[in-house]
Design a protein around this ligand. Structure first.
Ligand SMILES: [Zn+2]
Length: 242
């Protein structure tokens, strides 16, 4: 598999019920032990409200959540030589321009590579780097024949040793889940964060062959942390979403 999308809010709750008793097993690949998050906001509209306010709110969300109990929860997935700990947001940038109305995963990869090659303000990848790409309203991303808002609400993937997450704007009911835009984005962003930390190359870290990654098992189940909406994550130890 190349990427791991979060499905849209299901019409029936049992549509995402786990198969059997979920159990993540480690497949030997890399983990992000102290994740360094960099945020790209692609498009001019992120410089204007309400999106500009959202940029600041998401900065605040990451600054909080990367040192929160959400990260502490992941420590049960530490392996020999790779203890999972807190992370930090290492930067944010708004990239001017107007992205095409339909972008493919290959376009996202090219966008990141181009920014890495041309913008000295964008930190070069380390083994702990995780680049988020937030798309503006009205832009659809396509992945493996599926598209955002129709089939999924975000995904994480890798191109070589560059790890990234793609967050389309949740301007559809299937990706709002009855939440505000900020709460929908913080929920899906936390889902992708925990998955990228525990399974940065999808299927090569912690994975369940029936149910997918740590966030997939608990998709659209949320809790509040310091006023932020985050998604529950599967705990092998507790045998439940936590
Ligand atoms: Zn997922």
């Amino acid at each position: 598999m190349a990427a791991n999308p979060i499905q849209i809010v299901p019409l029936r709750a049992d549509a995402i019920a786990p198969v059997g008793a979920p159990q993540l097993t480690y497949r030997g690949g890399p983990l992000l032990t102290s994740v360094e998050v960099f945020l790209f906001f692609w498009g001019d509209v992120w410089q204007q409200d309400p999106q500009a306010a959202l940029v600041q709110q998401l900065n605040g969300f990451f600054d909080f959540v990367l040192t929160s109990s959400l990260m502490d929860q992941l420590s049960e997935y530490s392996v020999q030589g790779m203890p999972l700990g807190h992370g930090m947001r290492i930067g944010t940038t708004v990239i001017a321009g107007v992205p095409p109305a339909n972008v493919a995963d290959a376009d996202i990869q090219q966008f990141i590579q181009q920014e890495l090659g041309s913008d000295p303000a964008v930190p070069q990848p380390t083994p702990n780097s995780l680049y988020y790409v937030y798309l503006p309203p009205g832009v659809t991303v396509g992945l493996d024949g599926q598209s955002s808002c129709v089939n999924f609400c975000g995904y994480h993937s890798n191109t070589g040793n560059i790890f990234y997450a793609v967050m389309p704007y949740p301007d559809c009911s299937g990706c709002m889940g009855g939440l505000t835009v900020l709460d929908a984005l913080s929920s899906t962003s936390s889902h992708e964060l925990c998955e990228a930390v525990t399974d940065p190359i999808p299927g090569q870290g912690w994975y369940d062959d029936q149910n997918g990654e740590i966030g997939d098992i608990c998709a659209w189940q949320t809790k509040q942390l310091n006023g932020y909406t985050v998604q529950l994550e599967w705990s092998n130890k507790q045998g439940q979403c936590a």
